[in-house]
Design a protein around this ligand. Structure first.
Ligand code: DAH
Length: 341
């Protein structure tokens, strides 16, 4: 009897199964009512009384062994099929991963930078918290200029010197000219702040790109050509520009530039108030006082500067009517612009 038990144990130990059906066959062969184990159990009756204890124990052990073996084979097979399924693509995400889209102001800022970098301009940046010197005094603002007024400027502290949130990116001109001798050819993108009531047409912060070119023999004609090239690149080759005389403390002469209305093509519409033109930037020849205050000799060097609002250009390109849309982070609005460019 003991020998039979041992033989059956060896047999089961060597058993293998490649499919669930084969495992089931093994189960039937050994564990079912008519299986090998029950046949042994039936023989148990004939075991002499003195061996019953030993044989009974062996039989029980065998039953546990066979049950575990068959369960083990089952598990192996199901683990194998899991692996096979997973090997299709282990890195695939279960649901599509939303990638977001670029902010319209970033798209336009990058477009502006791209156009000017193709014309040899590099990028310069400066701090948003500035002092009076870089935002106003160095740029030829007289002490009583209204732009310094509390109504326009956010002050951080007023003693011992005025520290404020920059109201324009022209402050970066000064920072670069103080450190670098010409030739200088830079564009300065950045955020600016003004103490304005928030409405569809005004916000307490917005974005500008400043441009500056200082070298020997830089003329107003150079400025005009660069700005014309910019307008055509930004708004299309049919775009026309118009320069109107204007005033800024840091440029002389100064001008404001209009482009032919993108919407009506210059015929006149509600957007351009029937004029066919829309203003997009301020510009001029850098005032000799500004060069001098930054340590550049105005007898040797001349230069031009320009500054534009990124929101303004974005409004023209994408027809965004309300400035507040840019800072509300409404994903339905943001999703309208192309993703990563
Ligand atoms: N800083 C001006 C503003 O914020 C824009 C500007 C005008 C910049 C003329 C310039 C310039 O460099 O020459 O409105």
């Amino acid at each position: 009897m003991i020998e039979k038990i041992n033989r059956l144990k060896e047999e089961v130990e060597c058993a293998t199964a490649a499919t669930p059906e084969a495992v089931e066959e093994l189960r039937i062969k050994y564990l079912s009512k008519k299986g090998a184990l029950n046949a042994l159990m039936a023989d148990f009756r004939n075991v002499p009384a003195e061996s019953k204890r030993e044989v009974g124990q062996k039989l029980n052990e065998l039953k546990t062994f066979v049950t575990e073996k068959i369960n083990g084979l089952k598990e192996q097979l199901s683990a194998g099929s899991d692996l096979e399924a997973a090997s299709i693509d282990l890195t695939r995400t279960a649901t599509p991963f939303p990638t977001g889209s670029r902010h319209p102001l970033s798209i336009v800022k990058n477009d502006i930078i791209d156009i000017f970098s193709r014309m040899g301009f590099t990028i310069a940046e400066g701090p948003e918290i500035e002092d009076d010197w870089h935002v106003f005094s160095s740029l030829n603002f007289p002490p009583d200029h209204p732009a310094r007024d509390m109504q326009d400027t956010f002050f951080v502290t007023r003693t011992p010197v005025d520290v404020l949130l920059r109201t324009h990116t022209s402050s970066v001109q000064t920072r670069v000219m103080e450190k670098t001798q010409p030739p200088i050819r830079i564009v300065c993108p950045g955020r600016v702040y003004r103490n304005e009531a928030i409405s569809a047409r005004a916000h307490c912060f917005f974005h500008q790109v400043e441009g500056l070119y200082i070298d020997r023999n830089v003329s107003f004609a150079d400025l005009k050509q660069v700005l014309l090239t910019f307008a055509k690149e930004m708004f299309g080759p049919e775009t026309k520009i118009r320069l109107r005389p204007s005033f800024f403390p840091f440029t002389e002469p100064s001008a404001e530039m209009d482009i032919s209305c993108d919407i009506c093509g210059g015929k006149g519409c509600a957007f351009c108030k029937g004029t066919g033109w829309v203003e997009i930037l301020g510009c001029g020849m850098v005032d000799p006082n500004v060069l001098r205050s930054c340590g550049i000799d105005p007898e040797v060097y001349t230069g031009y500067a320009f500054g534009m609002g990124i929101e303004r250009i974005t409004n023209l390109k994408y027809k965004v009517k309300d400035l507040r849309m840019f800072s509300e982070n409404d994903v339905r609005f943001l999703e309208e612009f192309e993703s990563a460019r």
